[in-house]
Structures are given as structure tokens and as C-alpha cells.
Write a protein that binds this ligand. Structure first.
Ligand code: MG
Length: 275
């Protein structure tokens, strides 16, 4: 009998120790944060595992690859079915050039992704012509249009003056970059863009778009409010829309692109604990 009691006590003690060991990754007796979660809450869900790329700038495991150096199946051209127009493209074919691992803009019109996106993290690398083939807005001009409306300017701004809200890294026509972090013409440059899509309720704008941009790893836009679709010589005006494609601009310069990937995000997800 005594033996049995000792065995039960020892086993009980082992179980308690195991349980305590198991629970030592968090707490259930700490004060609550405004989100409803406790400080170091043991019940708080673990973030999803994402495997980063082996090399800086590479696509992590949850990215959608938009261009890997050869495959352009994620892209299409912009339909132009008026044969009198310069960029006539009745089928909306992707007519940019692919060679040596990059995609090169040809004077055939913008291209866009087939898929549509909302909030996202977007990576792209770009190279303007060396030697430079024009100046001001005609030097390596292209652009990344989030949701086909909101342009982060692509431009060769290395010792090339133009209006501040039209520089590389600007929200075009609205907000200059925080600094000019351009490399020399002919050098590969990178953009990492975090885009929060605008929210609409019917015809009403509930929340504008916001954009954060790194140019060559340097912060050039910090959660910058976007005032509406970017335009030339006009004020921006929001019109309701849903998710839409990423569009790359043909501005009659042979700017090149490579290593393009995107991650879908939900930047206004509710972080609070549901009771
Ligand atoms: Mg542009």
C-alpha cells in the first residue's frame, strides 16, 4: 500500500514537472494588453513560419514569383485595339523583351500582372541605360504602379535633376523620396515596397493607401499616405476600386527588370483576442 502511494506521488510530481516545463514558454498570470492578450501570453498564436531566401533580395517561401529571369507567364500587355495608336496591341500580348535573365521595356505599352493584389510586399530590381539616354524625366523612366494606379517612380536620378516629386522613390506627383539613394546608370538597383491598399465603403473612402519604400535598402518613403491615383500635372482624386494588378510603365526608355516577387499581406488584420 505504502509502495503504491509512493509510486503515485512520484508519478504525480513528474507529471507536474513536465506540465510546468511545457508551460515555460509563456505566462497566464500577467496583466492584459489593450489587445486583450496578456503580456507574454502563453495562448497567443504563433506566427506562421516563412523560410527566408538563402541570399539577400531573394524570394521567401510564401512569395509569388512574378519574374525569375525567364518566365513571363505572370504578365500580360495592355490591350490597345485602335490600329492608328502607336502602341497597338489588340490581343494584349506581353511584348517586352526577355534576355540574359532580365525583362526589358520595349516601346509597346505598359505590362501588368495577370493576378490582382491588395496589401502586399513587393520586390523588384531595375537597371537604367548606361550611358544615360536622356535627362530629367527621360532618363530611364518607368514606374511600379500598385493596383494600376499608385506609382513609385523608376528613374535614373544619379546626378540627373528633375522635379522632386518625380524622382526615383517618389510617390509620383505627390511626395519626394526622403533621400536620393540612386546608384549610377547601368548598375542594378532594388525596390522593396510595402503597400497598404485603400479601403472603400461603397463610394466612400474609408482609409487611403499607404506606402513604405526602400531604394537600394535605404528608406525613401515611410508609411506615406497616398493622396489618390498618381497623375501628371493634376491633383489626385480617389475613385473606389478593388484589388488590381501591378503595372510596369513603358515610358519609351529601355529600363530593365529582374527578380520580381510579391507577398500578399493583410495590413489591417485584427490583432485583438476574441473573447
Ligand atoms: Mg514613371
Amino acid at each position: 500500500m505504502l509502495k503504491s502511494i509512493i509510486v503515485v506521488l512520484v508519478l504525480g510530481s513528474v507529471c507536474v514537472q513536465a506540465a510546468e516545463k511545457k508551460r515555460n514558454w509563456g505566462y497566464s498570470n500577467t496583466p492584459k494588453l489593450p489587445s486583450g492578450w496578456r503580456v507574454h501570453d502563453i495562448e497567443r498564436p504563433q506566427p506562421e513560419v516563412v523560410t527566408p531566401a538563402q541570399n539577400p533580395g531573394g524570394a521567401p517561401s510564401d512569395a509569388i514569383i512574378l519574374f525569375d529571369g525567364t518566365d513571363v507567364s505572370a504578365w500580360m500587355g495592355i490591350k490597345q485595339d485602335n490600329p492608328k495608336k502607336k502602341k497597338y496591341n489588340p490581343e494584349g500580348n506581353m511584348l517586352w523583351k526577355v534576355e540574359n535573365g532580365y525583362l526589358e521595356c520595349t516601346p509597346t505599352g505598359d505590362i501588368r500582372t495577370k493576378e490582382k493584389f491588395g496589401d502586399c510586399q513587393f520586390h523588384i530590381e531595375w537597371q537604367t541605360a548606361n550611358p544615360r539616354q536622356g535627362n530629367s524625366q527621360n532618363a530611364g523612366n518607368s514606374g511600379i504602379f500598385m493596383q494600376r494606379r499608385y506609382e513609385t517612380q523608376v528613374l535614373d536620378n544619379f546626378e540627373n535633376r528633375t522635379y522632386a516629386d518625380g524622382m526615383a522613390g517618389c510617390v509620383y506627383g505627390q511626395q519626394p523620396p526622403l533621400v536620393n539613394a540612386c546608384r549610377k546608370p547601368g548598375e542594378w538597383q532594388s525596390y522593396d515596397i510595402i503597400f497598404q491598399a485603400p479601403r472603400f465603403d461603397g463610394d466612400v473612402l474609408v482609409s487611403p493607401a499607404y506606402v513604405t519604400v526602400f531604394l537600394n535598402g535605404v528608406l525613401v518613403q515611410h508609411n506615406q499616405e497616398v493622396l489618390g491615383p498618381t497623375t501628371h500635372k493634376k491633383l489626385p482624386v480617389y475613385k473606389p476600386h478593388g484589388d488590381d494588378a501591378i503595372q510596369l510603365q513603358d515610358h519609351n526608355n529601355n529600363t530593365r527588370f529582374r527578380n520580381i516577387w510579391i507577398r500578399r499581406l493583410n495590413l489591417t488584420a485584427d490583432n485583438a483576442r476574441s473573447e
